[in-house]
Design a protein around this ligand. Structure first.
Ligand SMILES: Cc1ncc(COP(=O)(O)O)c(C=O)c1O
Length: 356
């Protein structure tokens, strides 16, 4: 069962954004010292920004209401109107931020095809265009996502990132890390978040996904870049007042919910193994790296829409990410018992196939 969080589902694998703050997190929020952050006077918020900047190897941080805003502030910072960013075709920035880069920054985006979002420096290098004066669009930014959401929780190689950093530095191109799930990458790979973070000009991290806070992301970068982003955040409508209440949840999450991400990864793997055994070809176990499992239910004769509906009837919520692919995401509010239910319901559906 879901772990006493008020969820109506026996197991809710829709997304790791669903987590509800625990009692202890709520207490931390209630007791937070606050001030008006538009005037730079919220001590809890400042503490969170400093903590994340420090962890990620940067000078300063800026709290934002969402991961999308943190990413778009990074885009705004590095890409002038009429220039472009490049990234892989499954990246959240290009696929799920509803054209924000074009609408808010007046820029274009080009993408390369990737295998499950896996980042390769050569893909970025072959798409990058620099020094073409007034004849072609110039590339100003490479975006990397770690872990990769639509790729299925893929952890990026630090070596590939470092190769890309060397290439972009030579050509004067900036790099932004969409680290919505960077702590999952850290827990899975053992690479300190700062080792990833230092390779980028700016990094966004989400507190409201696997870390379990209700709201908020932080963008980090140089002090100068964050001062500029603070202005743009206000312009985008993201200047907040006593947001230390939210920052307290973020600080609590960093203190208590990082290492436990390993539990989500272990449960995702256990379920993936059960699905793979129930229906060969549905899950490639080599692709299960963190808290996300992509199940190719078409290999068991299902469409994703029919599978999602049948799973829901059994109390398990999942998400269709393609005509035959279903995404399952583990998080703080799915415990061992919830995982058992999910395994029972989903393997039974895979074994039975859809009703004729
Ligand atoms: C990789 C990635 N980046 C950014 C975001 C955006 O976060 P938010 O929903 O807080 O805007 C998400 C949200 O799911 C995500 O998965």
């Amino acid at each position: 069962m879901a772990s006493g969080t008020g969820s109506p589902y026996k197991a809710d694998l829709l997304s790791d954004t669903l987590t509800r703050p625990s009692e202890a997190m709520r207490e931390a929020m209630a007791g937070a010292e606050v001030g008006d952050d538009v005037f730079g006077e919220d001590p809890t918020l400042r503490a969170l920004e400093e903590r994340l900047a420090d962890l990620l190897g940067h000078e300063a941080g800026l709290f934002t209401p969402s991961g999308s805003m943190a990413n778009q502030l990074g885009v705004r910072l590095h890409v002038k109107p009429g220039e472009e960013l490049i990234g892989d075709s499954l990246a959240h920035v290009v696929r799920a931020e509803l054209g924000a880069a074009a609408v808010l920054s007046g820029i274009s985006s080009r993408t390369w095809a990737s295998e499950r979002g896996r980042f390769r420096a050569d893909d970025a290098a072959s798409l990058m265009v620099t020094g073409v004066g007034p004849y072609q669009v110039c590339t100003s930014l490479v975006v990397v996502e770690n872990t990769h959401n639509f790729g299925g929780g893929t952890v990026q190689s630090l070596e590939e990132i470092r190769r890309a950093r060397a290439l972009t530095r030579e050509r004067g191109v900036a790099m932004h890390l969409d680290g919505a799930r960077l702590f999952n990458a850290h827990v899975a790979s053992g690479v300190p978040v700062g080792d990833y973070g230092r390779e980028f000009d700016t990094v966004s991290v989400c507190l409201s996904k696997g870390l379990g806070a209700p709201v908020g992301s932080v963008l980090v970068g140089s002090a100068e870049a964050m001062a500029e982003s603070r202005v743009w955040r206000k312009r985008f409508g993201g200047g907040m007042r006593q947001a230390g209440i939210l920052a307290a949840a973020g600080l609590y999450a960093l203190e208590h919910n990082v290492e436990r991400l390993a539990e989500d990864h272990a449960r995702a793997r256990r379920a993936a193994e059960a699905l793979a055994e129930a229906a060969p070809g549905v899950v490639d176990l080599a692709t299960v790296e963190t808290n996300i499992v992509i199940a190719d239910v078409a290999a068991a004769g299902w469409t994703s829409a029919a599978f999602v509906e049948a799973a829901l009837a059994g109390g398990v919520r999942t998400y269709a990410v393609g005509p035959g692919a279903v995404r399952l995401v583990w998080h703080l509010d799915v415990d061992d018992a919830g995982t058992d239910v999910a395994v029972d319901v989903l393997t039974a559906l895979l074994r039975s196939g859809p009703a004729a």
